[in-house]
Write a protein that binds this ligand. Structure first.
Ligand code: BGC
Length: 241
């Protein structure tokens, strides 16, 4: 029954505040199809989001398991926060719901935790920050994440959090110049705080970066958010479970 473990195909799903993305990966993490992206429903309740995901899943090639990155705190497959989606996600059993929908073993973790698994080298302290609708964060020591870091909601300047200063709404309201200045300030603070070996910057808004980055700060492709879906199944990789 089913494929042997070394030939398992993973359906990787990234639930975002702006877009829903998915792609099927072969055992080495190579994409088997082009990434599908659809807009997140305007009223992003669990029911509305799952309806779009169901239609997208139907168009995917055959897969054996499902990895999902969710833009909020996830513990034990249950979504605990969803600042950029809808309050109905609080306490929602997303892992169980998607497993029922897809009919395959499913794991759900925070989106930044999954993104990180697609880019880290699993050596020393590595920090991952995603710059998108919200600010995602994941911190790894020798490849192991603490899970659900949520740096985006920590205070940054005056009475505002990192997400309020660097999220998509801030970029749109203040423009790229000010956003880049703020990003430079945040990078300095993160470096002092975490003393990381490498900081990876991911997410759609990395294309707006104009400042010069220190040598140990690397921009990584947004598709890593999906590629991390493979490593999620390696023993002990899941963050925040
Ligand atoms: C959420 C994080 C998430 C980030 C990026 C934040 O608002 O609290 O959990 O990783 O957005 O989606």
């Amino acid at each position: 029954m089913g494929r042997p473990t070394n030939s398992l195909r993973t359906l990787a799903i990234d639930i975002g505040g702006t877009g829903l993305k998915m792609m099927t990966l072969d055992p080495r993490g190579e994409p088997l199809n082009a990434r599908d992206r659809r807009l997140t429903p305007e009223m992003p309740t669990p029911g509305a989001v799952l309806a779009v995901l169901e239609a997208m899943i139907a168009a995917q090639p055959e897969f054996d398991r499902v990895s999902v990155g969710f833009p909020g705190v996830v513990s034990g497959g249950v979504t605990q926060t969803a600042v950029n989606l809808h309050p109905d996600w609080i306490g929602y059993e997303l892992e169980a719901a998607l497993q029922a929908l897809a009919g395959k073993p499913t794991q759900v973790v925070n989106d930044a935790d999954m993104h990180g698994l697609g880019v880290i080298e699993s050596a020393g302290v590595e920090l991952v920050i995603t710059l998108g609708t919200g600010i995602g964060s994941a911190l790894y020591v020798d490849g192991k994440s603490v899970g659900n870091l949520e740096l985006g909601h920590h205070p940054f300047r005056k009475d505002k959090t990192y997400e309020q200063c660097l999220g998509n709404a801030a970029l749109e309201a203040w423009g790229a110049k000010k956003w880049n200045r703020r990003l430079g300030e945040a990078l300095a603070l993160w470096s002092f705080t975490f003393n990381y070996r490498v900081l990876y910057l991911g997410g759609g808004n990395t294309r707006k970066i104009r400042i010069e980055l220190p040598e140990n700060v690397k921009i990584v492709p947004n598709v890593a958010g999906l590629l991390g879906g493979i490593r999620l199944w390696a023993a002990g990789a899941a963050g925040g479970a």
